[in-house]
Design a protein around this ligand. Structure first.
Ligand code: FES
Ligand code: FE2
Length: 453
């Protein structure tokens, strides 16, 4: 395994070694040292409204299942039967009923994962089979917590709290929820799934990469402008594609916030009068004014934030109510699942607008996202050549202002977000303290229930 010195040498203040995107051994270590420790978003509690409802996902390399228990609490369990290791539930969302029942030999488990029964009990007599032992139950992920309905889990039994982990980006989740007059959102509809032939970190870097917009997305913003000219107006559908064509001077004025642990957001991209600009916003504003008063409603809808980054989990979007969940699958393969949220109690057109945005900007069939996926693929393939070893992060290095909880850019085209993500990456990856102390329940070979001596 790569020692700490070798790992540290991959990250310079102004560049990173390309092997962080291409080396399978580094990817495997990321699964342990980042995904084995960090709080990772597993899903929203609205995805499991009733007892027995489940939603499957991954924490790094681990298949897990989020399930609503008998008493209403949400659990996150490894998706593994303790008999021969079969996954207890297939990928997706569903309901197991009152208990899990393995599809292989019918061992059953309560909704909290504890062992319930196994058929033909006499067959275990005289063996170490012990239903009360954790060895014969589904193993829970070490820590689970939620923030305003957003459920996160950490595979590490120790570490900072979820609230501390989220730091400055918790306010993006707050704003997403506050856009509902009752302060709650729910996942609505299915998800868009995009599998990208590139390393997971490239996606996080691109989320605040303002220099690529008018280059990579030229075909879509030019087409939007031509269409607007032809029809004599710029409807919402074209406006959101047109935005990528803003001149460099526009992107330079934005503010990039970088928080500890790789998080951050971009501010200043939308019209400051967004709260009352168009009919959908006006209806939303009227609804929130009734619930919270005019000043608060203006503050909520005026929060001008784009592409929040929760490093390791994905990107919640406050203005267009979505969470792009980012799942590393392999060193050169990443799954992005786009969840859409309905603000409970808000006018229905607010959800319709979020759906339009996702369809046109983020979905697999959008005019915009495929541009990004293509450049990610090119980065992955280019970095596999012998054409050079380092990836540049030089832009506006040394000019960003340091804050107690992170930093802020002095120019919106700064590569501060990427440098901040790699600072967090380095912290995680150089931490070689032991992982998963909860595995102490592992039996020795002589205790193994099926191969007892
Ligand atoms: S593998 Fe689950 S009951 Fe056998
Ligand atoms: Fe893009």
């Amino acid at each position: 395994m790569m020692n700490s010195e070798a790992l540290a040498a991959l990250i310079r203040p102004d560049s990173v070694h390309k092997s962080v995107y291409t080396d399978p051994a580094i990817f495997a270590l990321e699964m342990e040292r980042i995904y084995g420790r960090a709080w990772i978003y597993v899903g929203h509690e609205s995805q499991v409204p009733n007892s027995g409802d489940f939603h499957t996902t991954r924490i790094g390399s681990q298949d897990v299942v989020m399930v609503r228990g008998q008493e209403g609490q949400v659990k996150v369990l490894y998706n593994r039967c303790p008999h021969k290791g079969a996954k207890l539930v297939a990928e997706g969302d569903g309901c197991v009923g009152k208990f899990f029942r393995c599809s292989y030999h019918a061992w059953t488990f309560k909704l909290d994962g504890t062992h319930l029964s196994a058929p033909l009990r006499p067959g275990f007599e005289g063996t170490n089979y012990n239903p009360a032992s954790p060895e014969f139950s589904m193993r829970p992920v070490a820590r689970v917590d939620q923030y305003r309905g957003f459920v996160f889990a950490s595979q590490s039994p120790e570490g900072i709290s979820l609230r501390e982990f989220l730091g400055g980006v918790a306010s993006s989740i707050d704003n997403l929820c506050d856009r509902s007059p009752v302060g709650e959102v729910e996942v609505a509809g299915g998800v868009f799934r995009v599998q990208q032939p590139s390393n997971w970190k490239v996606f996080y870097e691109n989320l605040h990469d303002t220099m690529h917009a008018r280059v990579t997305h030229e075909s879509s913003f030019v087409a939007a402008r031509e269409e607007a000219e032809a029809i004599g107006e710029m409807p919402f559908e074209l406006l959101i594609q047109d935005a990528n064509g803003e001149p460099y001077a526009f992107w330079e004025k934005l503010e990039l916030r970088a928080y500890h642990r790789g998080h951050g957001y971009m501010e200043g991209i939308f019209d400051p009068n967004a709260a009352t600009r168009d009919p959908v916003s006006r209806a939303h504003f009227a609804c929130l004014t009734e619930a919270y008063g005019e000043d608060r409603a203006r503050d909520i809808l005026g929060m001008n934030r784009h592409n929040t980054i929760v490093y390791g989990s994905g990107s919640p979007h406050t203005v267009f109510q979505q969470f792009r969940v980012i799942r590393p699958l392999a060193v050169d393969r990443t799954l992005v699942e786009i969840q859409l949220f309905r603000c409970k109690g808000a006018p229905p057109e607010v959800y319709d607008r979020a759906l339009t945005y996702a369809n046109l900007i983020n979905s697999p069939s959008s005019n915009v996202m495929p541009d990004d996926v293509e450049v990610y693929r090119r980065c992955q393939e280019g970095n596999n050549t012998f054409g050079g070893d380092w990836v540049s992060l030089h832009r506006y290095l040394g000019t960003d202002r340091t804050l107690p909880d992170g930093a802020v850019s002095t120019n919106g085209t700064s590569e501060l977000p990427m440098r901040n993500q790699f600072a967090a990456w380095r912290d995680y990856m150089l931490d070689d303290s032991p992982l998963h102390p909860d595995t102490s329940t592992t039996t020795t070979a002589t205790e193994c229930p099926h191969h007892a001596a």
